[in-house]
Every structure is written in C-alpha cells, then in structure tokens.
Design a protein around this ligand. Structure first.
Ligand code: SF4
Length: 330
C-alpha cells in the first residue's frame, strides 16, 4: 500500500480547550487532589483519563460534589443555578468556561433584558446550550435543533426574535434552520456564535476533503466539533470519512486502494493523538506526509481568572512556564 497523507492546518486544540486543560493542571498544583470537575473538562477520553490518574473526580451535577470541596466547571459553560447550589454548599468554584461561550451567555442576558424571544440553535444532547438557556427567563427562551422544530416554534412577538447558536455547529446546519426562521420572522436578529476554531477547522476540511479518498478525524465520539468535521468532510467530497479516538480505531481495510488520506482533529484533541495516527499510517505504507495550511490561526492564549493567577503567585508557581510545559506535552 502506498498512499499520500495530508494533514490539515489548523486542527486540534482551540484556545478554550487549551485554557481549560492548563487551568486544571494549575488547580491541581495549588490545591492538590481531589479536585471535582463538573462535566468532562473537554470531550476527549485521553485528557479525561490523564486527569483521573492525577486525582480529578468527574461528576455531572453540582449535587455530586461534597460540601467544602474545590471544583472546576467545564469550558462548555454552566447555568446560574449551578453557581447558586455551589455557593450554598460552600464549594470553591474555579470556572474554566471558554470566553467565547461566555460571550453567548452575555448575549442571552442582553437580549432577555430587551424582551426578545431568544431561539438557541444547538444539539439537544450537548451540554453547552443548557448553560445558555439557563441565562434566559423561561417564557423568553426556545430551543431548536431541526428545521421541523424551526417551522413549529411559537413566539409572542415575531418582530422581536434573536437567534443564538452553539459554538461548535457547522455553518451549513445552522443555515438550514436559520433559513426557516428567517422566512417566519423577517426581522430575525442573527448573532454569529460559531467560534473561530470551529470555523477554521471546518474551512480547512472543506478545502482539502475533495483531494482525499479517506478522511480521518481524530476526536472523541462525544466531541461535537469533531463530529461536525467528519460530516463536513463527507459533504465536501471525501469518499470516506471516519471519526477515530486513536490510531487503533483504524481498520486496515479502510486503506485498501486509497491514494490520499487527509488527517485532521477536533478542537478537544491533543496533538499527541494525531502524531500517533501519523506514525501508524507511516507503518502502513504512507509514501509522504505533508501538512497543508488553509487558514493561518494566530490566537493569543486565553486568560485565566484573575483570582487563580493570584493564588498561583502566592504559591510561588510560574503560570506562564507551567502553560508552556503543558503545551509541549499535549
Ligand atoms: S471550540 Fe470555540 S467556543 Fe468551544 S472551547 Fe474552543 S474556542 Fe471556546
């Protein structure tokens, strides 16, 4: 088997995931285990297992966290009641919410105050919309996943409707639903919430998928943006596209008769796992491996909460140095 491998750029960790992973490492350094983590820090089993081994206990609800414990809330954002329960139980919360998810929360609060009906477009089984919907009074919020739901959604004033979206959808999914909403509510306000990382990783796959007989997206099954990358690859010309967690998920039959393979990875996938896949492909007869950059991504590291930086300094920790070391390891 001789085939060529292209590696899409940009791929892998986004600013929000990088910040959340670094933050949890530093919280472990400051407080020591056990640290409770509400929801998976990011949707990647490799990362979750790494932290479990270091003494992080993953839970799905605040109620599972013991009173007085230290807890980190995940990058996907949390509804206000989670913070209220934590405060009542004297749980020390360090929030790893991504600033770009927080921006959507702030939009929700702003438009709720202006008495809009807010339609959140997202996936029902993903945790991010729960945090956004929690910021909006019940009577003003609606959730829509499909075009059928968009056709059926009811609002009290069709001239005051705003659409927010989950940050990790594909533009095409959102466009289908939005087209229906636009027809029904011509004054619809459309906020651009799909984040730069989702956009850029999808743009690279849209451009490169047509060159590929096989696309391998490295990412966990629970990762929304990784699933979208696989769908985008299929929609934009890849003959085959698979989502794989690790190299050992690749069936050797997939490579039979293939001339070009495109490898990419979701925003929650460490580069280490991409390297593992490339090593495997090399052993299977890859004649060349070439990185193809479609979009230049130059994003400064997202900032930590101020109180955490102060706590780290009190402990004599060099936050910048720790962050550099972690980025080399992942
Ligand atoms: S995918 Fe985008 S919104 Fe989600 S954590 Fe990463 S940077 Fe933030």
């Amino acid at each position: 088997m001789v085939f060529e491998v292209f590696v899409a750029k940009p791929r892998g960790f986004c600013g929000g995931v990088e910040m959340a992973v670094d933050l949890l490492e530093i919280v472990l350094e400051i407080y020591g285990p056990p640290i409770y983590m509400k929801h998976q820090i990011v949707h990647n089993d490799f990362i979750v297992q790494h932290f479990q081994e270091k003494g992080v206990i993953f839970v799905e609800t605040v109620e599972e966290i013991p009173s007085g414990a230290v807890a980190v809330f995940s990058a996907h954002g949390s509804p206000p009641e989670d913070y209220e329960i934590a405060e009542a139980r004297e749980i020390e919360v360090i929030d790893a919410v991504c600033p770009l998810v927080l921006k959507v929360h702030n939009e929700a609060i702003k438009y709720a105050k202006q008495k809009y009906t807010i339609i959140v477009v997202g996936h029902r089984d993903h945790i991010e919309p729960r945090g956004v919907l929690g910021r909006i009074p019940k009577l003003q919020r609606r959730f829509v996943e499909t075009t059928e739901e968009a056709k059926a959604v009811q609002v009290p004033d069709p001239s005051r409707v705003v659409r927010l979206t989950q940050t990790t959808l594909s533009e095409d999914d959102v466009e289908d639903v939005t087209r229906v909403l636009r027809q029904r509510f011509p004054k619809l306000l459309e906020k651009k919430d799909i984040c730069y990382a989702t956009d850029n990783r999808q743009a690279a796959v849209k451009e490169l998928a047509k060159k590929a007989d096989l696309v391998l997206v490295v990412g966990s099954q629970e990762s929304s943006n990784s699933n979208r990358l696989r769908e985008v690859a299929k929609a934009y010309g890849a003959k085959e596209a698979h989502l794989i967690a690790r190299a050992n998920d690749i069936y050797v039959d997939w490579l039979k008769g293939v001339k070009t393979v495109l490898v990419t990875s979701g925003a929650s996938t460490p580069e280490k796992l991409v390297k593992e896949v490339l090593d495997y492909l090399e052993k299977q007869g890859a004649g060349s491996i070439e990185e193809l950059a479609v979009v230049e991504e130059d994003v400064s590291p997202f900032k930590f909460p101020e109180e955490l930086v102060l706590k780290a300094e009190e402990k004599g920790l060099d936050v910048a140095q720790i962050r550099r070391t972690i980025s080399e390891l992942t």
